[in-house]
Write a protein that binds this ligand. Structure first.
Ligand SMILES: C[S@@+](CC[C@H](N)C(=O)[O-])C[C@H]1O[C@@H](n2cnc3c(N)ncnc32)[C@H](O)[C@@H]1O
Length: 278
């Protein structure tokens, strides 16, 4: 393992009130051959280590190979899923997150879907577009980083009670390393909630996701957790639009007439950082 001093700190930007940076760069550590699958067998990997690669090189490919930052250069102040999905997600956060927590919203934008009545100690946002993040009313701080270029989060280890990733996991080309970073920044016992639906920017989603099914996508995210030593067995929550029932709006009725479901299916995969290595 090679360890070098921390890299120059990219500025963390505060969305509302400038304040001294509470976060400092963790030492940068990398294996001599970081691109290769970890040679360690599962039983000997240290907590937080990547036990195996989930994706093949083809599975990581995108149709649009241009840098992701170019794709997200212009702010998109839209919601990427429907109200039913967002209500389910906010309800899940209400159940699983506690007031006073430190929360990291990875791959965020101008909305975080957190319960409005819950006050967290700190919500740090991350994404690719500074203008979107600056508009997010729940963020205390944010930083911009392309996780397909470099996965290291310049955040201290063991400092977050929760890490959230909403309708974005399909864009990660090195999810094994990103989930190892999520593990690192979580406190022991901290939770990670990854939620998604069936929508995507098709040309920017990895092929393993694009070419998959709802079932295989849940399996994929489950394996992203399982490939990092020390996460608990992932829990899956599904809320699918009911086949029957009455349409909630005229548009819904028309969409059903054409065989298009009126609401977005909801999937969440949840795992905790174990208190002790298993
Ligand atoms: C569909 S939006 C979801 C935004 C937000 N989580 C939400 O719930 O509305 C996808 C987000 O993924 C993030 N993203 C996509 N590619 C990324 C990359 N290579 N590195 C970091 N973030 C990325 C962008 O910030 C973008 O806002």
């Amino acid at each position: 393992m090679l360890c070098t001093p921390p890299p120059p700190q990219p500025p963390l930007q505060s969305s509302r009130r400038p304040r001294p940076l509470p976060l400092r760069a963790a030492p940068r550590c990398s294996k001599p051959n970081d691109a290769e699958p970890s040679p360690s067998p599962p039983s000997t990997a240290a907590a937080g280590g990547v036990r195996r690669q989930v994706l093949s090189p083809e599975g990581r490919a995108k149709l649009d190979p241009r840098p992701d930052r170019d794709f997200y250069a212009l702010p998109r102040l839209v919601t990427h899923v429907d109200d039913g999905f967002i209500a389910t997600l906010t309800g899940l956060y209400r159940e699983r997150l506690r007031a006073g927590w430190d929360v990291l919203d990875l791959m965020s934008s101008w909305v975080s879907h957190l319960p409005p009545e819950v006050r967290f100690r700190r919500v740090v946002g991350h994404g690719l577009n500074a203008q979107e993040l600056a508009r997010n009313p729940r963020l205390d701080l944010f930083f911009v980083k392309d996780l397909n270029k470099e996965q290291r989060l310049e955040l201290e280890s063991g400092t977050f009670d929760a890490v959230l990733c909403t309708v974005s996991v399909q864009y990660l080309q090195s999810p094994e390393k990103v989930f190892a970073e999520i593990f690192r920044v979580l406190k022991p016992g901290g939770v990670c909630i990854v939620s998604f639906s069936n929508r995507m920017f098709y040309e920017k989603a990895i092929s393993a996701w694009r070419d998959g099914t709802a079932y295989s996508r849940v399996q994929l995210v489950t394996q992203y957790f399982q490939c990092v030593e020390g996460f608990t067995q992932p829990e899956v929550i599904r809320k699918l639009p009911s086949a029957g029932g009455s349409p909630s709006s005229p548009l819904d009725a028309v969409m059903r007439l054409f065989g298009v479901a009126g609401s977005d299916p909801f999937y969440a995969v949840i795992s905790y950082r174990n208190f002790k290595p298993m």
